[in-house]
Design a protein around this ligand. Structure first.
Ligand code: SF4
Length: 258
């Protein structure tokens, strides 16, 4: 049976959660919403505390991983290892099949040419679809990560009635590290190579000393978010068939993409 919070209850809980631990918030979420509860994870080192907590509190919770086809192999191996050692219920999400003709022709250069469209096809739309039928979505975002996330709340309503739950919101990077040390959690293999925030290979570089942890994401572009945490359910994109048609203008222009 579907569970919906009233605006008053949501506001009350948002205030109460400012003094709760992430584990307490997760336990509340599992008790209130399972089995209509899911989590998304990019399987970076900083995702570990949330994955570890969910493995202990509600291990059956589906964990959606966005398999964009453009991840570092280190990320894919790390995801495999965590799924096995923590006993996680990981489910891969991929771009809708209707996009395959478009992606097979233009997918390789799309991250540079139109990263917003690329993220929409490979991340936002698959999440929108996977979360249909869920009541609540757990995310690992923190307020200290980006300007956009500074004003986030523990509980946020998405269009369509889905509730987004951010248990780690109040934590800082040192607190994440302390949890990882305490529980002897593994680290992403690229961390030692200077990668602090890790997304797809074409849009991620190692950071230099003194740089912000997300400085290596979409370097040289104004983009700072993939769109998963910025009004995810208000976003709509083009139709795959129309898009394919609009990209194929003339045989001459089309040859630049080969
Ligand atoms: S992060 Fe880059 S490669 Fe990955 S979906 Fe977004 S634009 Fe595409």
């Amino acid at each position: 049976m579907s569970v919906k919070l009233s605006p008053t209850e949501q506001q009350r809980l948002n205030t109460a959660f400012e003094t709760c631990s992430p584990q307490e918030i997760l336990a509340w979420a599992a008790q209130t919403f399972a089995p209509r509860l899911a989590l998304t994870s990019s399987f970076q080192s900083q995702s570990l505390p949330l994955l570890h907590m969910i493995s202990q509190i509600a291990p059956q919770t589906p964990i959606f991983f966005l398999d964009t086809g453009l991840h570092f192999w280190e990320t894919l191996l790390f995801r495999e290892e965590l799924q096995r050692t923590l006993g996680l219920n990981v489910q891969d999400l991929r771009a809708d099949a209707s996009w395959q003709p478009f992606l097979s022709r233009f997918g390789r250069t799309l991250p540079q040419e139109d990263p917003d469209l690329c993220c929409f096809i490979r991340k936002v739309q698959p999440v929108q679809r996977a979360l249909q039928g869920m009541d609540a979505w757990v995310s690992g975002i923190r307020r200290d990560q980006t300007e956009n996330r500074k004003n986030a709340q523990f509980l946020e309503s998405e269009p369509g009635g889905l509730l987004k739950i951010n248990p780690l919101l109040r934590w800082t990077r040192p607190e994440v590290q302390a949890y990882m040390d305490e529980h002897h959690l593994p680290v992403h293999p690229l961390l030692q190579k200077g990668y602090r925030s890790i997304g797809c290979r074409p849009c991620t570089r190692a950071i230099r000393p003194g740089e912000d942890e997300r400085a290596g994401r979409w370097d040289g572009k104004s983009k700072t978010e993939c769109g998963l945490h910025t009004e995810t359910f208000k976003q709509s994109g083009p139709n795959a068939a129309t898009m394919l048609k609009s990209f194929i203008l003339t045989p001459k222009e089309d040859s630049s993409h080969e």
